[in-house]
Design a protein around this ligand. Structure first.
Ligand code: NAI
Length: 324
């Protein structure tokens, strides 16, 4: 039998955590032959609720689940961990500016980065889900100087999957028939869902849909999908966010079979996006690593949007520079 891998979930008693833990324990993320140990991290007021989550996990009798650790101490939660899903974050309070939210979250992601640095596996793969996800990932990365900076990523896979769903609906084809979807930039309203390189059943997507729909309907629908879910459900997306987190780590660990997926990763100068931000790019994954898809032609329309979302990330970076 394979050696169990350790998976830490922060905010594990929250909505997304509750949707995540059971699917990971059932093998959806790391494979149906990979035993796991779940290390669930919460804050003290949520420890009772977390105990309930752990009790339910036990009651599922998952064959792959070898142990459950519950803790409010990041040094314990990240001990020897192989995968860290940083979901727990402070929500925006009434009247709170984005700047204040960034600072409040910096107080969480700085210490968590340090705890990862001091206690996690040297190959730990980190996915930040808690918002503002890209900049939280940057803060965690900056506080973990002994770990590979490339292993700090943020989630735009939910946006990617939302874009697939919209294009599938429009073209009447199943989303598995779509290749080449891209989300560029920040996981925020400035993200740029780009179909310029997409194909549907082998046909170029820009030739299948009219530009008016693409610019005035598709792009804002994907950008605002989170708000639409809150309006409809009375709560923010949780199961779909958890599912996207599973897709992100599964592809990173097991490979994407040549398919492009969107991951927010440390910028390396690709497509003119200068270093220093965690920016969503199209990537392929193989052998436990990711690679940014290179050589795509970028037209003026795309460039403008890619720059806009980059500028937002640079502003966010500026707002937390004392935490980096
Ligand atoms: P939630 O409020 O239901 O759960 C958050 C949990 O985190 C709570 O149980 C809270 O006690 C815990 N927590 C807070 N600070 C913590 C800390 N320092 N250490 C450990 N745990 C801590 O929220 P939900 O719905 O689960 O969402 C979590 C985050 O994910 C939010 O920031 C949300 O904006 C973000 N999100 C990101 C998406 C993306 O695509 N990147 C999509 C959907 C949500």
């Amino acid at each position: 039998m394979k050696k169990p891998l350790r998976v830490t979930i922060t905010g594990a008693a929250g909505q997304i955590g509750y949707a995540l833990a059971f699917r990971i324990a059932s093998g959806d993320m790391l494979g149906k032959d990979q035993p796991v140990i779940l290390q669930l991290l919460e804050i003290p007021p949520a420890m009772d609720a977390l105990k309930g989550v752990a009790m339910e996990l036990e009651d599922c009798a998952f064959p792959l689940l070898h142990d459950i650790v519950t803790t409010d101490d990041a040094n314990v939660g990240f001990k020897d961990t192989d995968f860290a899903l940083l979901v727990g974050a402070k929500p925006r309070g009434p009247g709170m500016e984005r700047k204040d939210l960034l600072k409040e979250n910096g107080k969480i992601f700085g210490p968590q980065g340090k705890a990862l640095n001091d206690h996690a596996s040297r190959d730990v793969k980190v996915l930040v889900v808690g918002n503002p996800a890209n900049t939280n990932a940057l803060i965690a990365q900056a506080n973990a100087p002994d770990l590979d900076p490339r292993n700090f990523t943020a989630m735009t896979r939910l946006d990617h999957n939302r874009a697939l769903a919209q294009l599938a609906e429009k073209t009447g084809k199943h989303h598995t028939r779509i290749d080449g979807m891209i989300i560029w930039g920040n996981h925020s309203a400035t993200q740029y869902p780009d179909i310029a390189h997409c194909s549907v059943d082998g046909k170029a997507a820009p030739e299948l849909v009219d530009q008016g729909w693409y610019r005035d309907d598709f792009i804002p629908t994907v950008q605002q999908r989170g708000a639409a879910i809150i309006k409809a459900r009375g709560a923010s997306s949780a199961a779909s966010a958890a599912s996207a987190a599973i897709d992100h780590i599964r592809d990173w660990h097991l490979g994407s079979d040549g398919k492009w997926v969107s991951m927010a990763v440390p910028s390396d100068g690709s497509y003119g996006i200068k270093e220093g931000v965690i920016y969503s790019f199209p990537v392929t994954c193989k052998n436990g690593d990711y690679e940014i898809v290179q050589g795509l032609e970028i037209d003026a329309f795309s460039r403008e949007r890619m720059t806009l979302t980059e500028e937002e990330l640079r502003e966010e970076r500026e707002g937390v520079k004392e935490l980096l």
